[in-house]
Design a protein around this ligand. Structure first.
Ligand SMILES: [Zn+2]
Length: 409
């Protein structure tokens, strides 16, 4: 078998295309394959499929293909151009590559697979013998394809979360499908517009089909949602972990204030106790338990703050809203009269937003899945060794977390 026949078969080339010649350069570990087509063939216009004669040829182009053993393999061809009465002069489609790609379809699929498996983008570049820009080109195209192919589907449970993009409080808004754990939307900042753009991308049917939206208590998100989502009042569920996080921070504030006061009086009772108070009781490591028990006996302010925080967690155990309200009323009286200002402040905040905290009784959703995706996003950020811009970062999030159909066809 001639090398041209061999490549004809392994490339799966079909008429009118054939392999004209194969050039193997052993010292450079490289195979170059020249493709040509039979003369007198009619070609379909890429826009309307009308059959047209070849007008002329575009400049010769090169596509990187899968390696042949250890040899980098490149295809070369001059693509015919047709002159369509309706669409003008255009290059025809070739079966081995997508328009404007510098890779064959098989190679592009392989790059996508390697990227998905690689710990770093640079690692993928090295493995594939491609430049950073080439790999990014494949990622961008893959994401563009994936987003274009995306079908409208129902998203009953949605999570909205903010993600710090860089130090210095630059944020991105990330919207997740909490049932499938996929990122559906990434937008800059955490303003009302950041989220509105997503709601506006949904059809009226999709908006109506939303059952629950988990989010932090963050006014711009609340406003955007109330503006765009029908019956948002019954659908927004303020994330319990975010609320507990506010509470934990309040406990820490009480501890710092008390520690400062005690230290000034020469007492270091609270020294090194920061993390003791932040754990939820059942997660406290055993080695800290005796210390906590001793400290609880001392009638400290932080001890009271801690007890109020721990008690609040029961709020999410109720499945009946009425019972949850009764519980909250008692808890609120306790917190409000605790004479612990940070605690009182959070209690008031919770009271203000209670209706959409208790929606949890009906929709037991939290952003925990989104938080899981967030750690995936953090990992993406790390392994890209610094993204040159937000667009790259967005692309990577969609590429790795979007659940998209990425391959060329
Ligand atoms: Zn046409």
């Amino acid at each position: 078998m001639w090398d041209t026949d061999l490549y004809q078969r392994i490339l799966g080339l079909e008429k009118p295309w054939f392999v004209k010649s194969v050039d193997l350069q052993v010292t450079e570990s490289r195979v170059d394959i020249w493709l040509e087509h039979a003369p007198g063939v009619k070609w379909p216009c890429p826009q309307c499929r009308r059959e047209l004669p070849c007008r002329d040829h575009a400049e010769a182009r090169t596509w990187r293909h899968l390696d042949t053993c250890q040899f980098q393999t490149h295809l070369h061809a001059r693509i015919p151009r047709v002159e369509c009465p309706e669409h003008g002069v255009l290059q025809v489609a070739v079966p081995w590559a997508e328009a404007r790609s510098r890779f064959t379809i098989l190679m592009e699929r392989f790059v996508i697979d390697v990227l998905q498996q690689c710990a770093t983008i640079m690692g993928a570049c090295r493995l594939l013998g491609l430049s950073w820009d080439e790999v990014w080109g494949v990622m961008h195209r893959a994401v563009r394809r994936g987003l274009a192919r995306k079908r409208q589907r129902v998203l009953p449970v949605i999570g909205v979360d903010e993600k710090a993009f860089k130090k210095g409080h630059k944020y991105m808004t990330v919207v997740c499908d909490l049932e499938n754990a996929t990122v559906e939307h990434v937008a800059e900042d955490r303003r009302s517009e950041s989220l509105e753009a997503f709601w506006q991308s949904l059809s009226p049917e999709q908006l109506t089909a939303i059952k629950a939206i988990a989010m932090d208590i963050w006014t711009p998100y609340i406003q955007a949602t109330i503006k765009c989502v029908p019956d948002a009042g019954g659908k927004i569920v303020f994330d319990r972990f975010h609320i507990m996080n506010h509470m934990v921070k309040a406990v820490d504030k009480v501890r710092r204030q008390e520690h400062r006061r005690l230290s000034a009086a020469g007492e270091d009772t609270l020294k090194g106790t920061k993390y003791l108070w932040l754990y939820s009781e059942e997660n406290l490591p055993d080695k800290h338990r005796p210390t906590l028990e001793t400290l609880k006996e001392l009638n400290l302010k932080v001890g009271r703050a801690w007890a109020i925080k721990e008690s609040l967690r029961s709020l999410w155990d109720y499945s009946q809203e009425g019972w949850a309200r009764r519980f909250f009323k008692k808890w609120f009286a306790w917190a409000a009269h605790s004479r612990l200002e940070p605690i009182r402040k959070v209690a008031v905040m919770i009271q203000t937003h209670l209706n959409n905290i208790l929606t949890y009784c009906r929709h037991r959703v939290t952003n925990a899945v989104a938080e899981g995706l967030n750690s995936k996003i953090m990992a993406i950020k790390r392994r890209a060794c610094g993204y040159r811009n937000k667009e790259h970062f967005k692309t990577a999030i969609y590429f790795f977390c979007g659940g998209l159909s990425l391959y060329p066809r």
